[in-house]
Design a protein around this ligand. Structure first.
Ligand SMILES: Nc1nc2c(ncn2[C@@H]2O[C@H](COP(=O)(O)OP(=O)(O)O)[C@@H](O)[C@H]2O)c(=O)[nH]1
Ligand SMILES: [Mg+2]
Ligand SMILES: [Zn+2]
Length: 383
């Protein structure tokens, strides 16, 4: 899948060729601040096991796509997986003649979509894994029909808000909706205030409602369970078969084309779309504030609780529980809020532990360079 747009031209490398991938003056400023001679800016378009595919300005004119690896120093100095390059990241690269280009540094992220990485249970460590970085919109793709699950939508909304992106709900496979009006009403309860589109990608219906997000240089990530219709949607938006689609069967590997890597594609409109493989079990990585924002009506009700710090458990005078009892607030939604809030709270305590562990390791190290000292004090400041 090496799309190389490479046109020879007698000029130096032009970084503005990357504008079409969302490169901005702000990124250029961040790049120039740290870059040493011979380094160039690039964007990660695919993440493989320990390799990446990146795009960077070609000599002369245009953009080229190539394979790259993270430098040893970058891998060593990363305290957690979230500090390694991910799809959508802007990076500083040293191009190599005849071998792999080397990613030296990440440029600051404007947003990062994270999930809890499969944990290291033995050491009781939990880590965030970046699914996609520098994303403007998250399309939460949920299929109509038997797979429809408002609780899953709520989880994705919280995750998107925590990432600093704007979630958009895409109800896919509208042909499977028995009662589209009631489905839309249910969706509006699960994702209050969100822009929502109901699409049937193979027929092209409803796609126009997504064009507001698909502008040149803007990045969209497609999220949702396996089989929800993400890759089909991407292909319909692109007007060509960019991504493999298909049924998902665990035991049947024969000739099935499904999404295996997260990959950033460029549409004709100039929008950038990151397709992701379905995540079997989406582990939340969000703080309680983001969870709260995903449930604005609960936050509004909470203003009337007798106690300011009411956790809507057994406290007397709880307006939220009263709303559940009166039927004003859906019981399933309240349960969902409670579950996600607890997960976020658990994560916060664990994360603090992990941060302290990391700190301890750092202080123990004999060679305490000025640099790690600066990093440690930044971390303390940010706590
Ligand atoms: N009935 C119906 N099936 C669809 C629609 N969109 C996609 N599919 C099917 O759903 C399956 C999974 O689609 P895919 O795009 O690979 O899902 P992904 O795992 O989210 O990328 C495929 O067999 C598609 O043909 C739709 O609008 N209606
Ligand atoms: Mg797919
Ligand atoms: Zn309460």
């Amino acid at each position: 899948m090496s799309t190389v747009f490479h046109v020879e031209f007698d000029e130096g490398a032009r970084p503005d060729a990357l504008d079409g991938f969302g490169y901005t003056p702000l990124l250029e400023a961040a790049f120039s601040e740290t870059a040493e001679a011979g380094e160039v800016p690039a964007r990660v378009v695919e993440e493989q096991r320990d390799r990446f595919r990146i795009v960077r300005a070609a000599e002369g004119f245009g953009v080229l796509e190539e394979e790259a690896k993270a430098s040893g120093a970058l891998r060593r100095e990363a305290d957690s997986a979230s500090q390694l390059p991910a799809v959508g990241d802007w990076v500083s690269v040293r191009p190599a003649e005849g071998s792999l280009s080397v990613i030296l540094r990440l440029l600051p992220r404007t947003s990062a979509f994270m999930r809890k990485a499969p944990g290291d249970v033995r050491h009781d460590r939990i880590e965030a894994q970046v699914i996609a970085a520098n994303v403007n919109f998250a399309f939460i793709v949920a299929a109509a029909g038997l797979d429809w699950n408002p609780r899953r939508v709520e989880r994705y909304v919280a995750l998107a808000l925590a990432a600093g992106t704007t979630p958009v709900l895409v109800i896919a496979k509208s042909d499977l909706a028995e009662n589209p009006a009631s489905l839309l009403a249910e969706a509006a309860r699960a994702a209050p205030g969100l822009r929502t589109a109901m699409v049937c990608a193979p027929e092209g219906s409803g796609l126009g409602e997504l064009s507001f997000a698909l502008e040149r240089g803007k990045t969209v990530v497609l999220l949702g369970s396996s089989g929800a219709g993400k890759s089909t949607l991407l292909n319909a938006l692109a007007g060509e078969d960019l991504a493999g689609t298909g049924e998902v069967r665990v035991d049947d590997q024969r000739g099935r084309h499904t999404t295996t890597h997260r990959h950033l594609y460029r549409l004709g409109s100039g929008a950038l779309v990151i397709d992701t493989p379905g995540m079997r079990e989406l582990q939340l990585w969000a703080d309680e504030e983001a969870v709260g924002s995903a449930f604005p009506e609960i936050e509004a009700l909470a203003a009337d609780c007798r106690f300011r710090d009411c956790a809507h458990g057994l406290e007397p005078g709880c307006a939220v529980r009263a709303a559940v009892e009166s039927g004003e607030l859906e019981e399933g939604r309240f349960a969902s809020w409670r579950k996600l809030s607890r997960e976020a709270a658990y994560l916060r305590t664990k994360e603090n532990h992990s941060a302290k562990d990391a700190e301890r390791r750092r202080w123990k190290s004999i060679e305490m360079s000025r640099r790690s000292f600066a990093k440690a004090s930044t971390r303390t400041k940010n706590e």
